[in-house]
Design a protein around this ligand. Structure first.
Ligand SMILES: Cc1cc2nc3c(=O)[nH]c(=O)nc-3n(C[C@H](O)[C@H](O)[C@H](O)COP(=O)(O)OP(=O)(O)OC[C@H]3O[C@@H](n4cnc5c(N)ncnc54)[C@H](O)[C@@H]3O)c2cc1C
Length: 383
């Protein structure tokens, strides 16, 4: 009899796990709280490790790529002057630029018609046994059903319900970075810049970064630092950002971007939390992706980690075909060093995007310019 896994969350991690488990003869069932698939989303840079994982999952070729052919990044100063800086998406090894929705669309092709997906469904209680786990699933019509699974995988994001039900409250595992973010697609190109131009308007404790995408509107990413990150549901992002960025409206870049925010539903406004857990599984429940280890956007590795994790889980279950406990231990042993490596410098890396002091504002500018000079940029001299 094939083994059944419940995967909570139809994001990058959940779909990656579903494809990998199915490849090992498991029967995954995905539940997703939303009533339909989400699309769009924000800029994601997929680095070498992410590309390799996407390839292994069979989705790299079908993934839409949106790296602009002619990419240039600018540091825009308060006085309106601009300087060329290194492409901030390439500061380690060359990624491909995609939208989060592009990765999900590619993964969906490996899921659609092959894996049972139930929309509008979430877990409300989990009874964790030694070999089987009983989950009460609630549909958005208010119906509850109880089902048994050989494994439950919580791939339900940074504010994971599975983590709350089995491991404990968010506060125990959250490591707040003291920043808030708001990401959304710009409705129009930034005035005075070319298609393919990215830019940063940064000041102490606040920054707007615009990430260019080929054939799609650029992603605007507002970040600001605060001692008390708010519950995103309790604040209006537009009013908050208008207030925080009021005196940084260089050439109207900020106010035009915020007009675009006012006219879109496709935005993410949240506090930035790293998730740190001593162990990712308990009994027959495992956490995966942001739910387990959220690396945050500053690592530039969260999406890649979701795919790598899904694939690693499939391989661990294959290597320990009749021993799920051993497979979960092997998965943890394999993923820990990778996650540790990418969590280590997240606070420091956040300074590149939203500097906390005058010194880091200055240091960050110098660094981006050194990186520009030290790399072979095809458009280095075009300014
Ligand atoms: C602005 C920004 C920029 C980023 N840039 C990059 C980048 O350049 N490179 C990179 O690699 N990563 C980047 N990331 C990180 C990356 O987007 C995430 O790490 C990745 O999308 C996490 O995927 P996930 O599947 O683990 O979680 P999620 O994407 O959060 O998916 C969770 C899914 O679970 C569903 N769900 C939630 N709760 C329940 C429930 N109770 N029941 C059922 N379903 C539920 C949600 O609706 C969702 O579909 C960025 C993130 C942000 C915010």
């Amino acid at each position: 009899m094939t083994q059944r896994a419940l995967i909570v969350g139809l994001g990058i991690s959940g779909m990656s796990a579903a494809i990998a488990l199915r490849g090992q003869g498991w029967t995954p069932v995905i539940i997703e709280r939303a009533s339909q698939r989400r699309r769009g989303g924000y800029f994601i840079g997929l680095r070498e490790e992410g590309k390799t994982a996407a390839e292994a999952l069979g989705v790299l070729d079908v993934m839409e790529k949106r790296t602009p052919e002619r990419i240039r990044f600018w540091d825009v100063r308060r006085d309106g002057s601009r300087r060329r800086i290194a492409d901030v998406t390439q500061e380690t090894n060359a990624p491909i630029a995609v939208l989060r929705g592009d990765i999900e669309e590619a993964l969906w092709q490996g899921v659609d018609g092959k894996v049972e997906v139930r929309f509008g469904t979430e877990p409300v209680s989990i009874v964790n046994g030694d070999t089987q786990t009983q989950v009460t699933l609630r549909s958005d019509k208010g119906h509850d059903v109880i089902e048994s699974f050989d494994l439950v995988i919580g791939a339900d994001g940074v504010r994971s319900t599975v983590r709350k039900l089995i491991f404990g409250v968010d506060e125990v595992f959250f490591r707040p970075l003291g920043t808030m973010l708001c990401a959304f697609p710009l409705a129009r190109p930034v005035a005075g810049f070319d298609a393919g131009d990215g830019l940063m308007v940064a000041d102490i404790k606040r920054a707007l970064t615009v990430f260019p995408l080929e054939g799609r509107p650029s992603t605007a990413l507002f970040s600001y630092r605060t001692r008390s990150p708010v519950d995103p549901a309790s604040r209006d992002p537009l009013a908050t950002l208008r207030q925080i960025f009021a005196d940084l409206d260089v050439d109207g870049i900020i106010s035009r971007a915020l007009e675009d925010l006012a006219n879109t539903d496709d935005f993410l406004f949240d506090s930035v939390q790293m998730v740190k857990m001593p162990r990712w599984s308990k009994g027959r429940v495992l956490l995966l992706g942001d739910a387990a280890w959220c690396l945050t956007l500053y690592s530039g590795m969260g999406a890649s980690a979701g795919m790598i994790g899904g694939r690693a889980l499939g391989e661990a279950l294959a290597a320990h075909a009749n021993n799920v406990d051993a497979a979960l231990t092997a998965f943890e042993t394999r993923m820990r060093p990778f996650v540790r490596k990418h969590q280590r410098f997240v606070a420091l890396r956040s300074q590149l995007f939203v500097p906390s002091t005058r010194f880091s504002l200055w240091g960050r500018r110098v660094l981006w310019q050194i990186l520009l000079r030290s790399r072979k940029y095809p458009f280095k001299n075009a300014s």
